[in-house]
Design a protein around this ligand. Sequence first.
Ligand code: PEP
Length: 246
Amino acid sequence: MRGKLVVGNWKMHGGLRQNDALFADLRNGWAPAEGRRLAVCVPFPYLWQAQAALSGSAIAWGAQNISEHATGAFTGEVSAAMVAEFGCRYVIVGHSERRTLFAESDAVVAAKAAAAMAAGLTPIVCVGESLQEREAGSTEAVVSRQLDAVVARVGRRIAETVLAYEPVWAIGTGLTASPDQAQAVHALLRARLHSVDAGAADAPVLYGGSVKADNARALFACPDVDGGLVGGASLKAGEFLEIASA
Ligand code: PEP
């Protein structure tokens, strides 16, 4: 379903007391509107707290990663089914920090997307090029390869995912893709989704990378940008709510 979806990615930030305040501010401040959805993806230990604080509200919650395995001897890992037990709707897979810092390959990301769907979660599949790749003119090849790996695994069910285009050079750097740069890649991703299945072209494609209150409106006005995946600015309720309403 298209419309506007804004998802906060808290990364490894938070604490019980500050989360309480942030959840309360979001819950009190979010005025749901037709076609607008809001969600937060929090660290694993806080999923119970998100569930307690946000149940019954119009704000969904999710995790930032899962194992590609369903169960077994994988010390330290967390399965999709475990996350689903805490009422999660979403899980981020293939965030560039996972790809680069934790060496997650396209195949692993695809397996995580499939594991999420098997547990009834909606994966938010991140794709994006590094600065070096953009400068080498390989943005299209990189994001296509990353998307195709997931399609190869889940097929037409790609229609049930959310995609997030996150140029790596824009994440946490204060640099943002211009609306034209974002739109160009989003249009490409949408065309690729359409080539899998006409219905898949309606999967939301979010933009992520230093989205702030002062640039969200211009980015979200692009015809193929269906909202945002927001890191740093999702930790401040006021700014995050402004972005969600942009
Ligand atoms: C992210 O974490 O996905 C992200 C886009 O971060 P930031 O908004 O801080 O660039």
